[in-house]
Design a protein around this ligand. Sequence first.
Ligand SMILES: Nc1ncnc2c1ncn2[C@@H]1O[C@H](COP(=O)(O)OP(=O)(O)OP(=O)(O)O)[C@@H](O)[C@H]1O
Ligand SMILES: [Mg+2]
Length: 331
Amino acid sequence: MRVIEANDLTKRFGQLVAVDHVSFSVEESEIFGFLGPNGAGKTTTINMLTTLLNPTEGSAKVGGFDVEKQDGKVREVVGLVPQDITVDDDLTGMENMMLQAKLYHVPTKVARERTMEALSLVALTDAANRRVETYSGGMRKRLELAEGLIHYPKVLFLDEPTLGLDVQTRVVMWDYIKKLRDEHKITMFLTTHYMEEADVLCDRIAIIDQGKIVALDTPENLKDSLGGDIIELEFNNKKDDQTDTLKSLSQVKDVKKIGDTYRIKVSRGEKALPDIIENLLKMDLRIGRVSLIKPTLDQVYLEYTGRSLRETQGETMEVWRRMRTLRRVRE
Ligand SMILES: Nc1ncnc2c1ncn2[C@@H]1O[C@H](COP(=O)(O)OP(=O)(O)OP(=O)(O)O)[C@@H](O)[C@H]1O
Ligand SMILES: [Mg+2]
């Protein structure tokens, strides 16, 4: 079943086309990622899909409901974990959750039960009665994730779920997101500008650049579209040139020799590598060193947008944004 469907979804802010005729669909229980740099249009897309913004053009359905004509219905089926910090420092985790429940009109009786359940899902039960002020960055993000679950959404929108977190905490968040999908069948739409995150977490990825989807596929296929993997290989006998021998093997697309190392282009490295080794051993060629190099999503991004995706740029923006948010909260 299609849980999200966007058709030529477009948002203009004056002259600026923030989201430019974007079309895609997300299946039930899928983890779908929007990958792109600052200003690509990721948050704007989420805001339209969660009814916070009206599209300028095009249409979208979430949970089978039209985001414009049936916005109330859409709000019942979506949960949102927004990009900016939303939890209140002066309240406890529990109090924050109860406030969220009120916002979503969850009756107080069930709210307490669901709060405990959601907090335990993200391992915050022990910290439930502590003020959020005392939470680490990772704990806050987990609390925000729990808040997004209070009304049992079918679809959860996660806007940069791990931005600003250290690598270890990021991995923990990935586990929670996967668990929600695996155990609760929640469909996930997330945005990120971390290549690795998109790669590890998402079933399919749309690469978005300046409001347009420039590529959409599984991480594997996107990487394959670059022309495959590279096997680097050295023979024990370095005297004889084996370029032609390697080229004659059926799995091999191309061979380049750099020094004593052969760089062999193949389409599916993990399948081709054992076959190639077996063939070479049959010919009595002894292998001294071998390694498999897979293209990264970084390279995919570069290929499709012509620019490299600088993660540091995002970090700087995030620090700046947090300072601004904190200032706003304090005022
Ligand atoms: N309310 C608004 N008014 C005018 N311009 C806006 C508004 N909201 C967003 N924009 C612009 O639309 C473009 C897309 O912004 P958006 O927040 O969707 O990007 P993003 O991909 O989420 O970026 P980031 O990675 O920094 O969160 C940007 O150029 C932004 O400046
Ligand atoms: Mg954003």
